[in-house]
Ligand binder design. Structure first.
Ligand code: HEC
Length: 144
């Protein structure tokens, strides 16, 4: 009986270890939003993780404002990969927009405030990640 219990514990531990190793591997292989295999910094990888989970439903995987939920919004999210538009935002303004949501920055209230959901450093990760959206655009479409 104890032996059975012991092996159950062993199997559980190895499953946990295995899935950790697996998610680490996935994290290292992350590509940028356009599928290019650029290496993301630690902060950008963390940001991507959060973005994919919480933001992409509206903003779309690559920030184009084409998440599946965007079509239900009266005011659609703007294109975060539009480098000209996005350059008008400083890091602080992006931080504010995420922390305070649309209401806080006099924009659509459909952009939720995330200040109570995330810690400051997580919002910082998100800022670092969404800034990548605007970078590869010149390469992709040849225009700026
Ligand atoms: C329910 C849909 C929805 C979700 C989820 C959402 N947003 Fe938004 N977001 C919007 C809308 C709509 C706007 C545009 C507001 C406007 O232009 O009036 C916006 C605007 C923004 C802006 C300002 C840029 C601009 O165009 O003015 C940033 C930055 C942003 N969102 C980041 C995020 C991040 C990061 C997350 C995830 C933590 C997120 N959003 C989740 C709907 C959403």
């Amino acid at each position: 009986m104890t032996f059975i219990k012991f092996s159950v514990v062993l199997v559980t531990i190895s499953l946990i270890l295995f899935s950790c190793a697996d998610s680490n591997r996935q994290r290292k292989n992350l590509s940028d939003p356009f599928g290019n295999n650029v290496s993301l910094t630690y902060e950008q990888r963390q940001g991507k993780h959060l973005y994919t989970k919480y933001c992409s439903v509206c903003h779309g995987e690559s920030g184009k404002g084409d998440g599946f939920n965007a079509y239900n919004l009266e005011i659609r999210p703007k294109n975060l990969s539009d480098s000209i538009y996005m350059k008008s935002f400083s890091d602080e303004q992006l931080f504010e927009a995420i922390a305070q949501g649309g209401r806080g920055i006099n924009k659509s209230v459909l952009m939720p405030a995330w200040g109570n959901t995330f810690k400051q450093y997580q919002i910082h990760y998100l800022v670092e990640y969404i800034k990548i959206f605007r970078q590869p655009k010149e390469i992709e479409s040849g225009q700026e």
